[in-house]
Design a binder for this molecule. Structure first.
Ligand code: C5P
Length: 223
């Protein structure tokens, strides 16, 4: 049986870093599915394609080869063979990713690639629709969240560490906008799968969050 762990949750709930640590402890790979939507968003921005233009974005998504590889320093994301890993974390690309991910044909395309990858290898996948759509039969399903203020605080500190100058208020505003867009889109909005376990990290340390998830995985593997 494949070991597939799904971790969904809103912006800056810590999914990616927690998923990384969980995967390392389990000795399996971590697929950051958000990076794939970001790669598409980045390409639209670079080519001057309006992200509101669904037809143009769907066409771009069909033509574009987005792929990932797993290296010693983590996941690398590629567009047509170009490593774009260092270019996809800007606020502009975040918003573009959130917008292009609203389109049903874009999602269908990305979900198919993610399902193929998960079928080939044991992995932890983090995203918005892993437990609801990509892997409804995952070994363990987690919904990772924290309060909006706490998520904004973490994101603010992360951006400061990277030398970005956004104020806390700007970060909170952007986070609210993305939460709203991700939770209220008509196609596969972010929601907790009925059988996913809620892990609220507002008052948990990083290690406590990782341990909580590992416990859930173990219970599901052997239970
Ligand atoms: O997780 P991350 O913030 O990198 O994702 C970027 C954007 O991609 C999210 O705001 C969300 O709109 C979209 N996304 C998605 N489904 C996923 C992963 C990400 O819709 N599985």
């Amino acid at each position: 049986m494949r070991l597939n762990v799904g971790i969904d949750g809103p912006v800056s709930a810590g999914k990616s870093s927690v998923a990384d640590a969980v995967a390392a402890r389990l000795g399996i790979l971590h697929l950051d599915t958000g990076a794939m939507y970001r790669a598409l968003g980045l390409t639209a921005v670079r080519r001057g394609i309006d992200v509101q233009d669904e037809e143009a974005i769907v066409r771009l998504c069909r033509e574009l080869k987005v792929s990932v590889s797993h290296e010693a320093d983590g996941q690398h994301t590629f567009v047509e063979g170009e490593d774009v890993t260092g270019l996809i974390r800007t606020p502009e690309v975040s918003m573009a990713a959130s917008t292009v991910s609203r389109y049903a044909d874009v999602r269908r395309n990305m979900v198919k690639i993610q399902q193929q990858l998960a079928a080939e290898t044991d992995m932890v996948l983090d995203g918005r629709d892993i437990c609801t759509t990509v892997l409804p039969n995952a070994t363990a399903k987690i919904f990772l969240t924290a309060s909006q203020e706490e998520r904004a605080r973490r994101r603010y500190l992360e951006m400061q560490a990277k030398g970005m100058n956004d104020t806390f208020e700007q970060v909170l505003e952007e986070l609210k906008k993305r939460d709203d867009q991700d939770m209220n889109r008509p196609v596969e909005p972010l929601r907790q799968a009925p059988d996913a376990v809620l892990v609220d990290t507002t008052n948990l340390t990083f290690d406590e969050a990782v341990d909580a998830i590992l416990k859930i995985v173990e219970a599901n593997r052997h239970g």
